[in-house]
Design a binder for this molecule. Structure first.
Ligand SMILES: [Fe+2]
Ligand SMILES: [Fe+2]
Length: 451
């Protein structure tokens, strides 16, 4: 399934690049270039595209489908437009829109490499001077690095102004460095181009949010807020689960920062991962408060069903509350295809002649497909285990052992084999978890005794 998706993505990427190249060829034909020149330029562009394709396959083949389509559509359409708009002046081109949109919505590194390809293709097709490359390459890299700062809206004007001024100064520097004459319109064009680009990028964010289901930072902040209806319900109807989720969110957020990933998204995913427990909160140990355990009254198979059901019900609740698709996926994947071991063994311990298979005691999955999802799975298990310890066992040494045991166990059970998390990243995650517990013991924050 994953392989098929990667193939479809690669095919779409190749197809879009080829269509773009055909369109760009019209520009070369209109300019009445010789056949030999057109042929060699095409060959050069195809080589660069192949190199880019290889880079994409090596480092980004697992980016979500919606991001891949966005990358393809934005880059090929705006580069083609740049070729036709650039006939007058290369300062009219919307090349920087591409690099900024990819940096802010997908990944900064991918944005920079994609920008290198875009500048090279446009430069080759239009046979642009060195000034074009010397200006657009560094300013594109700079844009990719600073644009993420506008995720905080109050910084928009500051970043737009600063980037435009730096763009202008840089352009003047390149012109002087090359011994060219400066046309006074050009700095104004550079300023307007960069300023408008940033405003367009930010202004269009809600549009991408709707079309491509991207999650904006504002949306994440809204979901982290304790005023959200679902979190409010969790707090009132399943307080144990609420505290568990908050602790999982702390652990997971810290670990995501340690290995690189979207820490805010992980936090949101962790806060909502167990909302499905709202269906039968009292069947989950963290909400029993030492009171009666309703599982004592029912068969182990039914117990497992109730436990497993919290994932599907969580997905339903999340969809009903219009949570972003990525968050729904995190909820769906947080137990992967793990076995509800306790009830599986309980079912098989009676000598009633019936041997229960694992099928009815396994979560349906899928397994975590992203780093964020895998981290939530690990944080969830660690938190639940530590919570179940007796007070005297809850010390750092024991917690360290638990973290190691759980990481190894999830790894051995192949729960982490569908995500890009590497084996060598597990110790970093463990270290981040330990730091959180270390902080807790330091501040003498005690666990609520609601086991
Ligand atoms: Fe869960
Ligand atoms: Fe959980």
């Amino acid at each position: 399934m994953v392989k098929l998706q990667i193939r479809i993505r690669s095919l779409l990427l190749i197809l879009a690049m080829l269509i773009m190249l055909v369109l760009m060829n019209f520009s070369m034909v209109f300019n009445q270039l010789e056949f030999g020149l057109i042929f060699s330029r095409n060959l050069m562009i195809l080589s660069l595209m192949t190199l880019y394709g290889y880079y994409f396959f090596l480092f980004h083949r697992r980016i979500p489908f919606n991001q891949t389509i966005f990358l393809i559509l934005i880059s090929t359409s705006l580069w083609t437009a740049s070729v036709f708009l650039g006939e007058t002046s290369f300062l009219f081109m919307p090349i920087l829109v591409v690099v900024m949109l990819i940096a802010i919505n997908i990944d900064q590194q991918l944005a920079i490499i994609t920008h290198l390809l875009g500048v090279a293709i446009i430069g080759i097709v239009l046979d642009l001077p060195l000034l074009f490359y010397l200006f657009y390459l560094p300013i594109g890299v700079f844009s990719a690095l600073v644009i993420v700062a506008v995720k905080e809206r109050r910084k928009i004007v500051y970043v737009a102004g600063l980037t435009s001024v730096i763009g202008v100064l840089f352009y003047i520097l390149v012109v002087f460095m090359m011994g060219l004459e400066l046309n006074m319109n050009e700095p104004i064009l550079v300023f307007a181009n960069i300023g408008l680009t940033i405003l367009l990028v930010i202004g269009s964010m809600p549009l991408w949010e709707v079309i491509f289901q991207f999650v904006t930072p504002t949306k994440l902040l809204e979901l982290i807020s304790e005023d959200h209806k679902l979190l409010q319900r969790l707090m009132e109807e399943a307080p144990g689960t609420y505290h568990h989720s908050k602790m999982v969110a702390n652990l997971a957020q810290r670990a995501t920062k340690a290995v690189g990933g979207d820490a805010a998204l992980t936090k949101v995913g962790a806060l909502y991962h167990d909302v499905g427990k709202l269906k039968d909160p009292e069947y989950f140990i963290e909400n029993q408060n030492g009171g009666p355990n309703p599982h004592d009254q029912i068969a182990a198979e039914s117990s497992a069903q109730i436990i497993i059901e919290h994932v599907a019900y969580g997905v339903k609740l999340a969809k009903d509350h219009k949570l972003p698709k990525v968050v729904v996926e995190l909820i769906k994947e947080h137990h992967g295809t793990s076995l509800v071991g306790y009830f599986y063994h309980k079912a098989n311990q009676y000598e009633d002649g019936i041997v229960y298979g694992e099928a009815a005691f396994r979560y349906p999955g899928p397994k975590p497909s992203t780093k964020e999802s895998a981290i939530i799975m690990l944080a969830d298990c660690v938190e639940a285990y530590v919570r179940s310890l007796d007070e005297e066992d809850r010390h750092l040494e024991r917690i360290k052992e638990i973290i190691k045991e759980i990481s190894n166990q999830k790894f051995m059970e192949d729960q982490l084999d569908a995500c890009p998390l590497r084996m060598k990243e597990l110790p970093l995650i463990a270290e981040a978890f330990i730091q959180v517990y270390n902080g807790m013991y330091h501040e003498r924050v005690k666990y609520p005794t609601n086991r």
